[in-house]
Design a protein around this ligand. Sequence first.
Ligand code: BDR
Ligand code: CA
Length: 309
Amino acid sequence: MQKIIIDTDPGQDDAVAILLALAAPEIKVLGITAVAGNVPLALTEKNARIICELAGRPDIKVFAGAARPMKRELVTAEYVHGKTGLNGPELWEPKMPLQPQHAVDFIIETLRSTDDVILCVLGPLTNIAMALTKAPDIAVRIKQIVLMGGGCFEGGNTTPAAEFNIYVDPHAAKIVFAAGIDLVVMPLDVTHKALATRPRVAAFAGMGTKVGRFTAEMLDFFERFDMAKYGSEGGPLHDPNVIAYLLAPEIYTGRDVNIEIETASELTMGMTVVDWWGVTGRTPNARYIRDLDSDAFFDLLVRRFKSLP
Ligand code: BDR
Ligand code: CA
């Protein structure tokens, strides 16, 4: 059993990642912590609760965290995800409560009291960096952080140099990458190979379940923007790769490398400077995933989603 906290800014692809985790009997979701990112915090925490209810799991604890990045103004991505963050399917007002505790305190308390917790990070790294700053003792308690963020060979998706999650809070990313934690990075170089093509979206629609329909409707919306932007056959399904990595690491390949985060230059703000060829001699601080078996990834998603309502 892998014990995880999902830190997230849903986001259609975040939603698919949460659903995959809730579908997996070998994963125990200790809590979901929301952060501002794709849309403001009031929407990301609400969307996280909607997804738990959709999966028939109103028992999952959802916490609200940082409403803005550590130093910079919040940048959101309604132009990709729609005004709600989950545009596509019909949404509802969730009935399950938001937990009163702040997400950062939940992360600290859980790590101090529970061994072997993995942090699955699907949004800007603000909550995680704030937890590490407030309670530096938790760094050694974290079993691993698997995060979606950054890019190298693909370039950026938000600026020519930067990927969205790192761009939104580069100072937080810098803290996390320098904390000496076992880090696995799912960058655009791999998520841009996980394309939700028409037949793959149709497989969700064809499941005949509530979750299958909801997922297909989310992906239909989410794809439009990315297909037009990249001219690809489908939009990249970023965040579910973080959870899929826990379930099927054998479908991913990568390398241990040094990654530094740019926080000085406005032109390249939030760039992940990946020393893929080991030219700097700097010590590796992350496992950088570069490739996946995309058919195996979508097979895994569809197979696991069949257990959801
Ligand atoms: C990342 O940014 C968000 O738009 C997605 O949810 C994903 O986490 C991709 O750059
Ligand atoms: Ca996200």
